[in-house]
Ligand binder design. Structure first.
Ligand SMILES: Cc1cc2nc3c(=O)[nH]c(=O)nc-3n(C[C@H](O)[C@H](O)[C@H](O)COP(=O)(O)OP(=O)(O)OC[C@H]3O[C@@H](n4cnc5c(N)ncnc54)[C@H](O)[C@@H]3O)c2cc1C
Length: 483
């Protein structure tokens, strides 16, 4: 009997090291499908206690995702297959397709955050009700959960013991080979199964428009698997930057102070195991040092949050986080939130980072830590509103990395130590010549570095001589951080 498999692509938009695709390709016929789920776009409620509204996916990530799906479609076509695209809820679209194409089994990637789990549970129910076999596979971390020293339910809530246990006892599995792909089922057209168009940004959400080109962006972040491999090659091999990653990773300006692989890792255009493979090859062929280790150390942070979300689930989205803290009175203040989100707080280091995020979809790690700390620790605004603002705009948004890091900085997550940052001290340390602030806040371009991070220290004559009037050209600080 011939067998037809359907592979539902989620955040695994690649053919290399894709265990779901490799397993599904054992069938006689293969139907690859991607669904743009309408619930992922537009404005919606956060949900739970003290809910608020936010835009789920902004134009930077929507643009990146569309390009990644387009690239996957081309890549599958080149291998004799066809990616079907639907703008519909997966539980509806996949059940319809399975019925129309006589699908026997469906394969897909399982993800740990509650919304993703809820969708895959609905898909599973809809398909099983129709007699279709369903297979989920965990494919997006460096280490497979089955290879951890303990079940994920028992992993430590603090990173260092988790890391030490994993480094001592676990190994990374080999990437899986690209499979030969079986053809699609015959006569799809006559069964009413059309390939389906990739929806435009406007079709995804009336409010989305193509992001304007931005000369100051650290990278263009083109979507797709080939673009991911180009970036990996450019960073590791052609640019030879990996050898100094540990020293440069806290940088603020330029493409190469860090790998910039996060958007491709998060949409699954690139697997972390493929990155590890390249790091090991680089260590064999060029140099093995603290920097080569440190990139893997950071990928393990990514794993840590994925496993943490698997363990704690929705508790991560509560104001008191996984620690269920009730001793912090998280405030809501619309005007203060507006100023943060517009990059008009009057604290240049915070504003510069927010403006980079709005213009490009990216923010350096050091900036993310400081903006999160400013919102959660200096302003005591509901940290989840800040995290949701990042969710909208980040090109590399991932629920576990984003909400996990925000909770960590806000003191409600995986570390009980005080994680508040001294934002002015950080600005002076990581942007000592104020090049970053000048780049993103042109109003302050003529202000000397000694004042650029604290323009409120200028008297009226100095403001006049540097061409900026506080409260007119650039805001007065909304809070005093230096008092
Ligand atoms: C408040 C806050 C929110 C964040 N939100 C996200 C998010 O939504 N998506 C996201 O991918 N990262 C997030 N990060 C982590 C980190 O800032 C980004 O992964 C990093 O800046 C991406 O740039 P890069 O690829 O050049 O990183 P590199 O420094 O080159 O690191 C390599 C890879 O390691 C992983 N990584 C590095 N640091 C972390 C970390 N702290 N947590 C988890 N993974 C890490 C990423 O996959 C990254 O691509 C957040 C950090 C903070 C403090």
């Amino acid at each position: 009997m011939t067998e037809t498999a359907l592979v539902w692509f989620r955040r695994d938009l690649r053919v290399r090291d894709n265990p779901v695709l490799a397993a599904a390709a054992d069938a006689d016929h293969l139907l690859p499908v991607y669904c743009f789920d309408p619930r992922e776009y537009g404005t919606r409620a956060f949900g739970g206690a003290h809910s608020f509204r936010f835009e789920k996916t902004g134009s930077h990530r929507a643009r990146f995702r569309r390009e990644s799906v387009e690239a996957l479609r081309e890549s599958l076509s080149g291998r004799g297959s066809t990616l079907l695209v639907r703008h519909d809820r997966p539980e509806t679209a996949l059940a319809d397709l399975a019925a129309a194409a006589d699908v026997d089994r469906v394969w897909f990637q399982t993800l740990p955050a509650p919304e993703e789990v809820a969708v895959e549970n609905r898909v599973t129910t809809a398909l099983r009700d129709d007699g279709v076999a369903v297979h989920r596979r965990w494919t997006h971390t460096l280490y497979h959960p089955a290879d951890l020293p303990t079940p994920y339910t028992a992993i430590d809530d603090t990173y260092t013991p988790f890391r030490e246990a994993v480094e001592a006892k676990s190994t990374v599995r080999d990437p899986v080979a690209v499979p030969d792909l079986p053809p699609p089922p015959a006569e799809l057209d006559s069964r009413g199964v059309a390939p389906g168009a990739i929806p435009s940004l406007r079709e995804l959400d009336d409010d989305l428009t193509a992001p304007a080109p931005e000369d100051r962006a650290v990278h263009d972040f083109p979507g797709g698997e080939d673009a991911a491999l180009d970036r990996l090659n450019a960073y590791v091999w052609a640019g030879d930057h990996l050898r100094e990653y540990r020293e440069t990773r806290n940088g603020m300006v330029g493409a190469d102070y860090s790998s910039k692989l996060s958007p491709w890792l998060n949409e699954g255009c690139l697997s972390p195991r493929s990155v590890e493979r390249e790091v090991r090859r680089y260590e064999d062929e060029r140099v093995a040092n603290d920097s080569t280790y440190w990139l893997l150390f950071e990928l393990l942070w990514r794993d840590f949050f994925q496993f943490q979300f698997r363990k704690h689930g929705a508790a991560f989205f509560r104001p008191g986080g996984i620690r269920d803290r009730t001793d912090v009175d998280w405030r809501t203040d619309d005007e203060r939130l507006r100023r943060v989100r517009a990059g008009e707080t009057g604290i240049p280091f915070v504003d510069a980072n927010v403006r980079e995020l709005l213009a490009t979809g990216y923010m350096p790690n050091r900036g993310r830590q400081n903006v999160a700390s400013f919102v959660a620790n200096d302003l005591r605004l509901d940290w989840r509103v800040g995290a949701a603002f990042f969710e909208t705009h980040l090109v590399d948004y991932d629920p576990c990395s984003n909400y996990g890091n925000w909770a960590y900085v806000a003191g409600v997550g995986n570390d009980s130590r005080d994680r508040a940052f001294d934002v002015l001290e950080q600005a002076r340390t990581y942007d000592p010549d104020a090049r970053y602030v000048e780049r993103w806040i042109p109003e302050l371009a003529a202000v000397p570095p000694a004042y650029a991070h604290e323009p409120w220290r200028m008297d009226a004559a100095e403001q006049d001589s540097f061409g900026v009037e506080l409260g007119v050209d650039y805001p007065e600080p909304m809070v005093r951080l230096d008092s």
